[in-house]
Design a protein around this ligand. Structure first.
Ligand code: UD1
Ligand code: PEP
Length: 426
C-alpha cells in the first residue's frame, strides 16, 4: 500500500484542472441500466470508485468500453456503458460494501428489469447511512420490497407506476433512485422535498438526453412523466465541485494563487462565500475560478446543510483551514453523525480542536507540525493533506485508498502547482 509524504511550507501557484465529478459520474453510470442502447459519458474522472462500479455493472452484463474522445476532449475520459442485455439483477455484498453508491442500481434495475436484489450497503466510517427513504420511494412507485438476509429484494413484474413521493427530509441518494425509477414508470411521478444538489440536475439532464421527461430537477419539486423506453445518449459529466473546493482551500491555506480550471461557481457558492469570509479572494474568470489569499486567515463558523447550504463533503477540508486561522471557528456537522474522524489526526499535527456532540470548536494555532497520520475516510484524507501542506516538516499519510476513491492524481496536481509531495510504497 502507498503512503503520501508531504513536506509543508510551499506556496501553491498555478492551474489545477478539475476532473469530472465522482458524485455525478457514479449515478450517471447507474442510469445506463435504464436503456438497452449505449450511454457514453464524457469527462469521466479516473478514480477507484469508478472502477468498482464499472466492475459491478459488468457483473450484471453491462459492457464498458473506452469511447473515442470527441474534439477537444482528453483521450480515455469517455466511457460507453452498454446495457443491451442485463444478465444478472443481483448486486452482491462484495461490490456494495466497497462503495455505497452501488445502491443506486436498485431503482434503474427494478424499473427496467422488473426485479433487483441489492445488498444492503450498511454503515460506513462517517455514519449509519440508512436507505429507508430509497425503499419508501420505490414502494410509492409500486415496487414490492422485502429486506432479508442483508439484501433488498425489489420487484415490479408488471412495471412501476407513477406516484407521489414526499421526502420527510432531503436525501440525495433517495432522490436519485426515485428519479431514475420514475423515468420508466407508467404515468406521472411528483417528487417533493427533492434534493437540489447540482448532481441531481446533471443526472436529470442525462436522463432527458436519453428520452426521459423530467421537469424541475434542481428544485424542491420534480415532475417525471414516465416513458416506455429510454434510448442511447452522450453526456458530459459536470466538474467536481468538491475537488475544486478542496484545492480552493489549499490556495488560501498556503497563501497561494490557484486557478481552478473548469470549476463552476454556481455549483459551489456556499464554499466560495465561506472562503471569502475566511480571507480568500475569489474571482470567477473565463473557464474557471481563481482563489487567492488576502494574507490572513480569519476564523469562521459552519453548519453543514443540503444544497444550497454548506456541503458536508467540504467540512473536513474547512476544518484543516480553521486549524491555522486567527481565532476560533465552530464547525457543526448536521448531515452525518460521525464525520469528525479527522479530528484526532489533525490534533496529531498540533491542531487545537474540542468536539462536543455534533460541533467542533477549532482554535487556530500559530503553526502545525508534521507527523505520521492515518486517513479514515475520503474527505478526511484531503483535510490531512491540506494540513500537511502548511505544517512545518514532513507528514506521512497512510491508508491512501480512501483518497484514491475521490481525488484523481492528487499528488501530480499538487506537484504541478509547487507542492513538495511524493507518493511512495509504505
Ligand atoms: C443531503 C446531503 O448532504 N447529502 C450528502 C450525502 O448523500 P447521500 O446520498 O450519501 O446521503 P443522503 O443525502 O441520502 O443522506 C442525508 C441524510 O439522510 C439520512 N438518510 C438518507 C437516506 C435514507 O434512506 N434515510 C436516511 O435517514 C442520512 O443518514 C443522512 O443523515 O453524502 C454524500 C457523500 O458524502 C454527499 O455528497 C451528499 O451531499
Ligand atoms: C463520502 C463520500 O462519498 P460516498 O457517499 O460515496 O461514501 C464523498 O464523496 O465525500
Amino acid at each position: 500500500m502507498d503512503k503520501l509524504v508531504i513536506e509543508g511550507g510551499n506556496r501553491l501557484e498555478g492551474v489545477v484542472p478539475i476532473s469530472g465529478a465522482k458524485n455525478s459520474a457514479l449515478k450517471l453510470m447507474c442510469a445506463s441500466l435504464l436503456s438497452s442502447e449505449p450511454l457514453t459519458l464524457h469527462n469521466m474522472p479516473r478514480l477507484a470508485d469508478i472502477t468498482t462500479l464499472a466492475d459491478l455493472l459488468n457483473h450484471m452484463g453491462v459492457t464498458v468500453t473506452m469511447a473515442g474522445g470527441r474534439g477537444g476532449r482528453i483521450a480515455g475520459r469517455s466511457l460507453t456503458f452498454d446495457a443491451g442485455q442485463i444478465n444478472d439483477t443481483v448486486a452482491p455484498y462484495d461490490f456494495v460494501r466497497k462503495m455505497r453508491a452501488s445502491i443506486l442500481v436498485l431503482g434503474p434495475l427494478v424499473a427496467r428489469a422488473g426485479e433487483a436484489i441489492v445488498s444492503l450497503p450498511g454503515g460506513c466510517a462517517i455514519g449509519t447511512r440508512p436507505i429507508d427513504l430509497h425503499l419508501k420511494a420505490l414502494t410509492a412507485l409500486g415496487a414490492e420490497i422485502d429486506v432479508a438476509e442483508g439484501y433488498v429484494r425489489a420487484s415490479a413484474p408488471k412495471g412501476l407506476k407513477g406516484g407521489n413521493i414526499r421526502f420527510p427530509f432531503v436525501s440525495v441518494g433517495a432522490t436519485e433512485n426515485a428519479l431514475m425509477a420514475a423515468t420508466l414508470a407508467k404515468g406521472t411521478t411528483v417528487i417533493e422535498n427533492a434534493a437540489r444538489e447540482p448532481e441531481i440536475a446533471d443526472l436529470a439532464a442525462c436522463l432527458n438526453a436519453m428520452g426521459a421527461k423530467i421537469e424541475g430537477a434542481g428544485h424542491e419539486t420534480i415532475t417525471v412523466e414516465g416513458v416506455d423506453r429510454l434510448h442511447g445518449a452522450e453526456h458530459e459529466v459536470m466538474p467536481d465541485r468538491v475537488e475544486a473546493g478542496s484545492y480552493a482551500v489549499a490556495a488560501l491555506m498556503t497563501r497561494g494563487n490557484l486557478f481552478l480550471e473548469g470549476a463552476r461557481a454556481h455549483d459551489m457558492q456556499a464554499t466560495l462565500d465561506k472562503l471569502e469570509e475566511a480571507g480568500g479572494i475569489v474571482s470567477v474568470e473565463d473557464g474557471g475560478i481563481r482563489v487567492k489569499s488576502n494574507g490572513h486567515i480569519h476564523g469562521f463558523n459552519i453548519v453543514t446543510q443540503p444544497f444550497p447550504g454548506f456541503a458536508t463533503d467540504m467540512q473536513a477540508q474547512f476544518m484543516a483551514l480553521a486549524c491555522v486561522a486567527d481565532g476560533a471557528s465552530v464547525i457543526t456537522e448536521a448531515i452525518f453523525e460521525n464525520r469528525f474522524m479527522h479530528v484526532p489526526e489533525l490534533c496529531r499535527l498540533g491542531a487545537d480542536i474540542t468536539v462536543t456532540g455534533s460541533s467542533a470548536t477549532v482554535r487556530g494555532v500559530e503553526a502545525l507540525k508534521g507527523a505520521p497520520v492515518m486517513a479514515t475516510d475520503l474527505r478526511a484524507s484531503m483535510s490531512l493533506a491540506l494540513a500537511a501542506l502548511v505544517a512545518n516538516g514532513k507528514t506521512e499519510i497512510r491508508r491512501l485508498y480512501h483518497l484514491d476513491r475521490g481525488y484523481e492524481r492528487l499528488e501530480e496536481k499538487l506537484k504541478a502547482v509547487g507542492a513538495n509531495v511524493e507518493r511512495m510504497p509504505d
